[in-house]
Design a protein around this ligand. Structure first.
Ligand code: PEP
Ligand code: MN
Length: 273
């Protein structure tokens, strides 16, 4: 095992609490991050933000999209950032979006409250150093073929540059099993990470499964395993979404899910008391 230093509970026993706008993540603060895979236009992101604002802590939406094919929708770029920020402002929610290159870090950090490093960039060390050297909190997603140790070492890069505001995200890994799911949710990563590191750990059931029907059971499993929150894709018209429609919940389904999950969180808190 490579030496983990700053991310380890040996260097800091108490849970780190990450602050995104007025929202706290970790140390008992559970968070729901929700919104579309991609920001598509003002009406789409505005409508979704308004529909979920009472059940959501942080609004998500991709502007720079890491698509497997160069011919797929690549995101609205700078315009998407502006639309996301405005939708968040009107809904009273802080916003998170992915940043894909070093050159874009400053511009994105100026526009949003939290920077996401996507699965495909988990080992882009120059990018990790760059987000580590600025002040906005970072949501670091696990690579599809990354071990738990590699995820922690990537977080170590960010902390080593001075930014301790890092949230880890399990989003499913590549396994032999992909007939019914897009990826395989590594649920055991949650309690293992919580043991090793003081950083908050959330789960993304949307990219883990690729199927909106699986969001509820995977979300429950994640919270039961000790996750500090969830990141869930929500779209007002999933059948017309420009990316990840099949895994997106409609706002009303998402709101009903959050009600159930809040009850589960209360039960779990009682259990752990
Ligand atoms: C996303 O959150 O929209 C995304 C692209 O996720 P990942 O990097 O986990 O594939
Ligand atoms: Mn997506």
């Amino acid at each position: 095992m490579e030496r983990l230093h700053l991310v380890s509970r040996e260097s800091r026993a108490r849970d780190t609490i990450v602050q995104v706008g007025d929202v706290k993540i970790g140390g008992g603060h559970k968070v729901y991050i929700a919104g579309p895979c991609s920001v598509e236009d003002a009406e789409q992101i505005g409508e979704i933000a308004q529909a979920i604002k009472d059940s959501t802590h942080i609004l998500r939406g991709g502007a720079f999209k890491p698509r497997t094919s160069p011919y797929s929708f690549q995101g609205l770029g700078q315009e998407g950032l502006c639309l996301l920020r405005e939708a968040g402002r009107l809904a009273g929610l802080p916003v998170v979006t992915e940043v894909m290159s070093e050159a874009e870090v400053e511009g994105v950090a100026d526009s949003v409250d939290m920077l996401q490093i996507g699965a495909r960039n988990m080992q882009n060390y120059a990018l990790l150093r760059k987000v580590g050297a600025q002040k906005k909190p970072v949501l670091l997603k696990r690579g599809v073929a990354a071990t738990i140790e590699e995820l922690l070492l990537s977080a170590e890069y960010i902390l080593a540059e001075g930014n301790t505001q890092v949230v880890l995200c399990e989003r499913g890994i590549r396994t032999f099993s992909h007939t019914y799911t897009r990826n395989t949710l590594d649920i055991s990563a949650v309690p293992i990470l919580k043991q090793i590191t003081h950083l908050p750990v959330i789960v993304d059931p949307s990219h883990s499964s690729g199927d909106w029907n699986l969001i509820e059971p995977l979300s429950k499993a994640a919270l039961a395993a000790g996750a500090d929150g969830l990141m869930i894709e929500v779209h007002n018209r999933p059948d017309q979404a420009l990316s990840d429609g099949p895994q997106s919940l409609k706002p009303e389904k998402y709101r009903a899910l959050v009600k159930k999950l809040n009850r589960l969180v209360c039960l779990l808190e009682e259990e752990n008391r």
